[in-house]
Ligand binder design. Sequence first.
Ligand code: AP5
Ligand code: ZN
Length: 214
Amino acid sequence: LNLTLLGPPEAGKGTQAAILREQFDVVYLATGDMLRRHRGRGTDLGLAASKPMHAGRLVPDDLVIAMVTDALPDDSGSGLLLDGFPRTVAQAEALDDLLRARDRCLTAAILVDVADDVVIDRISGRRVCPSGHVFHVRYNRPARESVCDEDGAPLVRRDDDHPEAVRRRLAAYHDATEPLIARYARLGQLLRVNGAPSADAVFSQIRQGLSAMA
Ligand code: AP5
Ligand code: ZN
């Protein structure tokens, strides 16, 4: 099973990834989380990514493609779950080459689809921990306020969850990433789900869609 999660900011890609990882044996690569770890460690890549991420712009393709190339397992043994990659046509072409070189092919590009007003409604309430666990003050409350249920770490707002950055992240999605929808539809790999209902209801659409594609 080789999957990628597509969708606008705040669509719930990370939330669905957490559920998928409980159900399937997959190597999980989330480019946003990987880039945030580089920023935290202050690597060259982290320094290069810091400005565009804070502003809500995409990190340049060559940097992201090199990062994914390094992290992708060499063999096709276990499944793969990509979250937030590819985001541009150049990244999608690079991914095709990377998978082909490993005798893999994409099972499905899962589009978690939500309208812009849902995105705007979700941003102010998202809280995250340093390890990437995701909560929401209204829709997915932690047991204790501002404490991660999984590891007890403090929950904070992401530095790109401010209105100006979210507007740019939405624009980047519409301009650069949306063209991938037609591409994956043409290849018969697109699985579109409605991301607006509860996280469990979104996941059951994914489960049904995957079994229909298998
Ligand atoms: P990234 O971290 O990938 O951010 P994003 O795509 O903007 O996605 P988000 O993490 O904001 O949202 P999500 O869809 O995962 O939603 P979540 O599950 O958290 O990327 C950040 C930045 O890194 C980019 O802007 C770019 O600069 C850079 N970058 C990353 N990848 C790149 C690439 N490939 N190329 C270039 N640059 C790249 O859910 C959101 C909130 O809603 C949470 O609070 C959650 O609890 C809640 N929620 C989730 N599902 C539901 C539901 N069904 N109902 C109600 N609430 C829900
Ligand atoms: Zn945590």
